[in-house]
Design a protein around this ligand. Sequence first.
Ligand code: TYD
Ligand code: MG
Length: 466
Amino acid sequence: MAKSRTTFFCSECGYESTKWSGQCPACKAWNTMVEAPSAPARIAGTRGKGVPLAQGGSAFLAPSERPVTIDEISIEEEDRTSTGFGELDRVLGSGIVRGSLVLVGGDPGIGKSTILLQVCRNLALQGKKVLYISGEESLKQIKLRALRIGKITGPLEFLCETNLGKIAEVIQVTKPDAVVIDSIQTMFIEEVTSAPGSVSQVRECTNVLMQVAKGEGITTFIVGHVTKEGVVAGPRVLEHMVDTVLYFEGDRFASYRIIRSVKNRFGSTNEIGVFEMREDGLHEVENPSEFMLDGRPEDASGSVAACLMEGTRPIMLEVQALTSRTNFGMPRRVAAGTDYNRVNVLMAVLEKRCRLELSQYDAYVNIAGGLRMNEPALDLALVMALSSSCEDVPVDTKTVVFGEVGLSGEVRSVSMAEQRVREALKLGFDRCILPASNLRKIEAPAGIRLVGVRNVREAIGLLKAE
Ligand code: TYD
Ligand code: MG
């Protein structure tokens, strides 16, 4: 039996230390080191074979285990189940893996509970036994939501509980295939003295859930709230402990939602899933490009269509820029949906290489629709949008633009040009402005005119020719 020790850790960043200090050595915050027992609460019955022993979180070895050679390791197909949403399956890496821990983060009200309830419903339809545990809402509220998303059939059960010790017992007795914990910030363990939502509670609760999930092979979804800075509230430790971290993004006031994975032990982290929130829950959006370009202004200056890649999928979107003469010595720059510093760099390039007097102008840049995009292929579209607004010349609405811009104003090639061109063609665009170096390597499909540009000046010259 291990001796129970106490450790100190930072309530801001989760940094652990054996002694107290006034300032956290990791995040430099003052007065954040708090004392807590380091040995997590152990739930009866979780010490089976191969189950992680809860001591410091690293002792995963059962006594009989020994090192093995590479030939001895058998690779069986992972046991994957579809969530019933193609978009979500792709983000997870073709379905959920049995016994995996998935953290779902996002702003309040964005639809975390809704999508998980829908996933539960889909799993139950496949005959899987599912347990939905809510610490935030009453059974009545869950019922009201369930009525909106449609009829629920199959072995799906609900429980309102925040005591994680009891929850672990229920899970071990009922042995479901999947569990949803909504949300981890409301859960607590009696042995840990701090309040629910604190670093130690969140960490220990996740630890217990991990033991149960891995020990019994139960897929566990954990809902985590996100702070204003956009990270899961409380500790980053949570992200290290789980297998997959999904973030829900999107404007609360717009109807679509994007699911992005920022960590995935079972798949790629580049993919996104696009959903639309309707009266009866979330629906998949199979063609996000159409959705993003919906409501584009006709012949307005400063609006350019761009084609970007999200993982393996091209997405078309509208880049908007507005420039207006500045009244003060310091021009204002605002970038929504893309990197602020990148916009500044591109404006400096335009000023130096194309002699546009942008330092006299305030500039506002926006990715319409609320998506966040940082792909370098966005550069050329940003440059075109800025100069289009500055000179008040609209870019043809049937033109799509992509390419990376370097500091000397050169337009550099980007990956997967052919897919981008094909997506543009599919959506009825008839001209594509792209890096000249990309143009040489691709075959132009019929119906779209490809215009290669070598530098920013050439691209802007095209604008003036309109
Ligand atoms: P919810 O899943 O409760 O958000 P979270 O768990 O992330 O806090 O989503 C709540 C929002 O979604 C709320 O504003 C109402 C809206 N909504 C719909 O528009 N349609 C629906 O069918 C449902 C269930 C919710
Ligand atoms: Mg909720």
